[in-house]
Design a protein around this ligand. Structure first.
Ligand code: NAI
Length: 780
């Protein structure tokens, strides 16, 4: 080709990265890997192939872990854990620094091996995956250094089972391993069966860093090995990234086990382009959003929503840009789009697109390689919001598009998804950006940018995108538990039926409290509540499934509460506290009469304190600006979770209710509370306090009745965003199992006692808020 011709076509020549070092490393390992357990590789066993999806070449043979392997890995991790935690934060930090440095030293080897194994372009492996993985270890080395100051009352969970996918093999490993180790846990990690090689290279790096044996264990194999890990009783926490389908299975399989769980699942993230956006930048942003890693990204901007007035010119520009993308050899530094991870994934994407009969499909006019798992960049326009491809995650280089007219419609379309992971919005108008970002039901929002990540910025989703955050202090906290030991909670039972004794002549016939009104239970039944001395104290209604539904609907109708100011919510909480204080004696007597103890006055006093404390937090539970290596900001906002259903403590009839209610509504949540089962009358008296304290209808709804009967309906209700339980009936299995449907957050006590007089309400505030990370890059 002459220079003239080159200038005419502006074509690049290929610039392939050499694979020799990576292939030699595989040869040095004998091309055959066992498991990495207790600091050494075991002998290879029944094997499966590691395949280069760009060429179909077999790169190495991997071993399917057996139950004995998993057992040995968990045992090694368990044995190593106390000593590892005992090193202290600064002691562990040294190893994390060493791992970061070694990742840096071997950056090229990691990048090439990743590209060979996964099919991703070397430019991405080299410039994104590997540097972000290093950054994760550096950042967490720092967090380990600071952990005793930052989280003085927390300690490690123990042994963590970590299951990761194939789209960012090394980076997902770093996201999982670095915080776990920083907090003093040991790990058993399973890479995806399609992409295990960089995890095995990382095992080698652990040896080079002199990491104590058993701190990191890596077992390879398919989902069956994953199942062995999640069900293993020796594992204290499961951290999973992958499909929503498997995430749901894991939620159900671990229900009631007491294992801590974080799930980072799928997405169908909206990419919103307003008419005042810089359209050329927005097109370029889309290249990063949907064609990064062939679209195999959980937070890929896969759903284009473009304002009608600019849709036609925008699509023209977009088609022109995508036609210029280079699809081909992932090792070529000029390649934009590499191979999909496997033949199965290629078939899946091909099948989903072929099954679509609507809209107009544009396949980029790129030169396609003759063989390998390649799929062309594709744009499908003219879809309607309910079309399957607008709702289902394709996980390939396929962008679907529709239009909107007004910003309100954009928000509605963006939130019309069962997922809630990330969103991107493009506008040159700061008012539009700051108006829309908080309205998007996602865990991450990028303004005029796409797919930015950093170790300091919490990442994670809502809805069926899972729960929990990775990165930042929140990500570290998810690998810890309170230092203080909880005591087992014995079932608290109602007083036996008495002889009728002296009855309060004024029968107040308590009812349920739904939507700011007292409501009779749908089933028309109630339960007699007796004092220790055998006097009839009153009747409490028995709520059923329909009452749960009504209460959730009432809470849904009170959505405006989330938009009120912290200042206003504090005022209302102060008002509740004052009104309770005015009737303190009456409440204290009621509690004493029900429980047969003399704790009433103290309980009321602490409840008033908790109301004041929650009011104080209402305008102080701030987010923070994460210090990310970018000209710009990543602001981690704290937003209300939504509707929280809670089963209140049996043993503290008023305090248990108030301690849940106050922090939850302080942050803008609405609640559906089920009162103490044996002693419900303090809660039914409490309606009157709420009625006289300016609490808007539907913000607080209170049910009474058997916890075991109400747990299933409340936890399964799709309108509920989180379920908590402090009941003395162990509801954890039922709640966590029922919550798997829409993967709502749960916080259950596994029949462990809570110290209701502890003035620290921060654990409640944490559970009552979601982090939304809003990225705001600077620049004209
Ligand atoms: P997957 O969810 O099956 O695999 C992820 C990991 O989970 C792998 O390590 C796998 O071995 C393991 N696993 C599978 N079944 C398991 C089980 N029952 N218990 C424990 N671990 C188990 O994802 P897959 O099948 O590879 O991809 C299917 C679709 O999932 C993709 O097309 C994409 O839509 C989605 N996906 C989403 C990812 C994300 O980052 N959110 C990552 C990978 C896939």
């Amino acid at each position: 080709m002459t220079v003239k011709e080159i200038f005419e076509t502006m074509d690049y020549g290929p610039a392939p990265e050499s694979a020799i070092e990576a292939l030699s490393w595989l040869v040095d390992q004998g091309d055959c890997f066992g498991q990495f357990i207790d600091g050494q590789f075991t002998a290879p066993g029944t094997s499966f192939d590691a395949i280069n999806p760009a060429t179909g070449d077999v790169l190495a043979h991997l071993t399917q872990a057996t139950p004995e392997d998993v057992e040995a890995a968990v045992a090694a991790a368990r044995k190593a854990q106390p000593k590892w935690e005992g090193l202290g934060g600064p002691g562990r930090a040294k190893y994390l620094y060493a791992l970061a440095r070694l990742l840096q030293k071997h950056a090229r080897l990691f990048a090439v091996l990743e590209t060979l194994d996964s099919g991703k372009p070397i430019r991405e492996a080299r410039d994104i995956d590997v540097p972000l993985a290093q950054r994760h270890f550096y950042y967490h080395a720092g967090l380990a250094q600071l952990i005793e100051v930052e989280l003085p009352d927390q300690r490690a969970l123990g042994v963590c089972g970590q299951i990761i996918p194939w789209n960012f093999p090394l980076l997902m490993l770093a996201w999982k391993v670095a915080p776990a180790l920083a907090a003093g846990n040991t790990v058993v990690l399973k890479p995806a069966e399609q992409t295990s090689l960089t995890a095995l290279l990382f095992a080698d790096i652990c040896r080079q860093a002199g990491l104590p044996r058993g701190v990191v264990n890596i077992v390879t194999g398919d989902g069956a090995v994953g199942e062995m890990i999640i069900t293993h009783p020796g594992i204290d926490k499961i951290a999973f990234t992958g499909s929503t389908e498997v995430g749901r299975k894991i939620r159900a399989a671990t229900a009631g086990s007491g294992k801590s769980l974080t799930l980072e699942l799928g997405g169908k993230s909206p990419y919103i382009v307003f008419e005042d956006a810089d359209l050329d930048s927005a097109v370029e942003g889309l290249v990063d959003a949907i064609w990064f890693n062939q679209g195999q990204v959980c937070c890929a901007g896969s759903r284009l929503l473009v304002q009608e007035s600019v849709a036609a010119p925008f699509h023209v520009k977009l088609r022109a840009r995508m036609d210029k993308l280079r699809v081909g050899n992932p090792l070529d530094k000029c390649t934009d789009i590499g191979a999909l991870v496997s033949a199965e994934q290629l078939a899946r994407v091909t099948g989903m697109v072929a099954a679509n009969g609507t809209g107009t499909t544009h396949r980029a006019a790129c030169d396609m390689p003759a063989a390998g798992c390649f799929y062309p960049p594709t744009l499908i326009t003219g879809l309607t919001p309910s079309d399957p491809l607008m709702q289902e995650e394709i996980f390939g280089p396929v962008l679907v598009s529709t239009t909107f007219r007004t910003p309100a419609e954009a928000v509605q379309l963006a939130n019309n998804s069962r997922y809630g992971l990330a969103a991107t919005l493009w506008t040159e108008n700061i008012n539009t950006a700051l108006d829309i970002a908080p309205k998007l039901a996602t865990g991450v929002v990028w303004v005029n940018a796409a797919n930015l990540f950093d170790a300091a910025a919490p990442f994670g989703g809502l809805r069926e995108s899972g729960f929990g955050r990775e990165g930042g202090r929140e990500g570290l906290a998810a690998y810890t538990r309170p230092r203080a030991h909880a005591k087992p909670l014995a079932p608290v039972t109602a007083m036996p039926a008495g002889n009728g004794g002296p009855v309060d002549p004024i029968d107040r016939t308590p009812k349920l409290y739904i939507g700011g009104k007292q409501a009779r239970p749908d089933g028309g039944s109630s339960q007699a509540i007796w004092s220790k001395a055998g006097a009839l104290l009153g009747h409490a209604p028995i709520a059923g499934r329909k009452d749960v539904r009504n209460a959730v609907e009432a809470a849904q109708a009170a959505a405006g509460w989330a938009g009120t100011t912290g200042h206003l919510r504090a005022q209302i909480l102060y008002y509740i506290a004052e009104n309770l204080s005015a009737r303190a004696e009456e409440f204290a007597h009621r509690i004493d009469a029900m429980t047969g103890k003399r704790h009433g006055a103290k309980e009321v006093d602490t409840a008033i304190q908790h109301l004041f404390t929650a009011a104080a937090w209402a305008d102080k539970w701030d987010g923070r600006t994460a210090s990310v290596p970018l000209r710009g900001m990543a602001v981690a906002l704290k937003e209300p979770v939504g509707i929280i259903g809670a089963f209140c403590a049996d043993e503290a009839p008023l305090l248990g209710l108030v301690t849940v209610l106050a922090p939850a509504i302080a942050l803008g949540n609405r609640v559906v509370l089920t009162a103490s089962e044996p002693f419900p009358l303090a809660a039914t008296d409490f309606y009157q306090i709420l009625d006289t304290s300016d609490v808007p209808a539907g913000v607080v709804n209170i049910l009474t009745g058997p916890h075991a009967d109400l747990a299933g309906p409340l936890a399964a209700h799709l309108g509920v965003d989180a379920v908590w339980s402090f009941s003395s009936t162990d509801l954890s299995a039922k709640i966590e199992h029922s919550a798997a449907g829409n993967l709502k957050r749960t916080w259950v006590n596994n029949a462990q006692a809570h110290d209701w007089h502890n003035p620290d309400l921060r654990p409640f505030l944490e559970q009552a808020s979601e982090i939304k990370t809003v990225w705001l890059p600077y620049g004209a």
